[in-house]
Design a protein around this ligand. Structure first.
Ligand SMILES: [Zn+2]
Length: 456
């Protein structure tokens, strides 16, 4: 009842209609623009993979600073100290198993996990213990052995558009499995790749050891995990593993931030963002050049239309989302006590945008109904309540800042996520434009609207 009354009062005031016209021009301008795809192509093709601490990550900061300046934003670099992990050689082969024909080679396809230690230049040899769960690991004797977590990414869940759910179900074995194996005395740890495309493509990602001693660890292709699981049922399986990553001293880096100053100097800030760093194997087009490009599109759209927002629009390219979150922590620390009206982060690839998940007080959803209506023509009208947000804006959400994430079709995102195949051709230019349109409309609303009334 209250929602209906509120909506009626907005309409009767006339400003919802005014919004509607503005939203339509913003939506259409973003749909007509190829800015975000040109930006993304430059970032991915010219700079390439952008792992924290790398020269490419530094070049990406420079490139985005230059782009932001051209968009007329006030640009600043916020310092942060990032982990500096460097991939080395990564090779493995099965050396012994029941029925192995003499002279037959059996190489495995794998990729070292961020945070892995080195086997040394000679590599190591060990027997593999295959487990499907942490409980199975605890029940096994793994001292001096190589643990393989063989838990399958559930593509059936991803096929329903819930890629994030499928990912969170299996990524725990990548993030926490090697540490668990280390605590039980294992010599090394392998993890079945967390992803849905079976093209013998390994998926990298970070692992965390906490207080445990770091181990050599890698993700192997799902096909090779299947092969080891099959062979281990016939008898002992041994393999040779060579991983030579290095953990260098932490490196100085930056979040890159561009402000479009609001007309009201007292008003709060609205953040639109993506993360600038990527894994080192692909060019990070889906993860997360597309998120940064979508955020940049908002500034481009406002600029093209000559719009001056009431609140300051702040575009952020976060640093170090992938393996530490140093950029998000630095921002959170340095902006304590500063007013943020809302924050948006896009970090789930570039599938079709269905709308937004909203980690907000309940009265915000009816207040954003004009946004939902304006996005219906691009199929992005959904506004769903949520109790979480993207990794970089979560600290703001925990402070009570309303947070939004685009609801993106994630059926195929985890085919490419953290693989050498995360490249520009995987980004659908039409989806990218639609995502830019959806974010531009939402951002204008957040920059302009009154704070929704929470009175009972
Ligand atoms: Zn990401």
């Amino acid at each position: 009842m209250k929602r209906a009354l509120l909506w009626f009062s907005l309409v009767s005031l006339g400003w919802a209609q005014e919004w509607t016209g503005r939203f339509e021009s913003i939506r259409q301008n973003a749909l007509d623009s190829d800015y975000s795809h040109r930006f993304l192509s430059r970032l991915c093709h010219q700079v390439g993979p952008r792992l924290s601490g790398s020269p490419a990550a530094a070049a990406a900061v420079d490139l985005v600073a230059e782009e932001m300046q051209q968009l007329g934003l006030k640009v600043w670099r916020q310092p942060c100290l990032v982990p500096h992990w460097v991939r080395g050689r990564e090779e493995a082969e099965l050396t012994e198993y029941s029925g192995k024909p003499a002279g037959v080679k059996a190489p495995l396809v794998l990729t070292t996990l961020g945070g892995s230690s080195s086997t040394g230049s000679q590599g190591l040899d060990g027997e593999v213990v295959v487990v499907d769960s942490f409980a199975q690991l605890e029940a096994r004797q793994v001292q001096g052995k190589i643990v393989l977590f063989n838990t399958r990414f559930d593509q059936r869940v991803a096929d329903q558009g819930r890629g994030g759910t499928a990912y969170s179900q299996s990524v725990v074995f990548r993030t926490r499995g090697p540490a668990a194996a280390s605590r039980q005395g294992a010599a090394a740890c392998l993890v079945r790749s967390v992803g849905g495309a079976d093209y013998r493509l390994p998926h990298t990602g970070v692992t965390s050891f906490g207080e445990a001693s770091p181990l050599p660890c890698a993700a192997i292709s799902s096909e090779d995990a299947d092969r080891i699981a099959y062979l281990s049922k016939q008898g002992a399986v041994k393999l040779h593993l060579l991983l030579t990553p290095q953990t260098l001293p932490d490196a100085p880096s930056f979040n890159i931030i561009g402000d479009l100053q609001g007309s009201d100097p007292q008003a709060e800030v609205v953040i639109v963002s993506g993360h600038l760093d990527s894994w080192d194997v692909g060019t990070g087009a889906l993860d997360d050049a597309s998120g940064v490009a979508t955020a940049m599109q908002v500034a481009q759209t406002f600029r093209t239309l000559g719009l001056k927002p009431r609140r300051t629009l702040r575009v952020i390219g976060w640093m170090n989302e992938e393996n530490g979150g140093a950029g998000a922590k630095a921002y959170d620390k340095e902006t304590q006590g500063k007013n943020h009206f809302a924050a948006v982060e896009s970090d789930l690839g570039c599938g079709h945008c269905l709308g937004f998940s909203c980690w907000t007080p309940p009265e915000w959803l009816p207040a954003l109904k004009p946004v939902s209506q304006a996005l219906q023509p691009v199929g992005a009208s959904q506004l769903e309540t949520s109790n979480g947000a993207g990794a970089d804006i979560s600290p703001l959400g925990a402070r009570g800042v309303p947070c939004f994430n685009p609801l993106l079709d994630s059926r195929t995102y985890f085919h490419y996520h953290h693989t050498p195949a995360d490249t520009v051709d995987k980004v659908d230019p039409v989806h990218l434009r639609q995502n830019g349109a959806a974010l531009s409309v939402l951002a204008w609303a957040l920059c302009s609207m009154d704070r929704p009334d929470s009175s009972p």
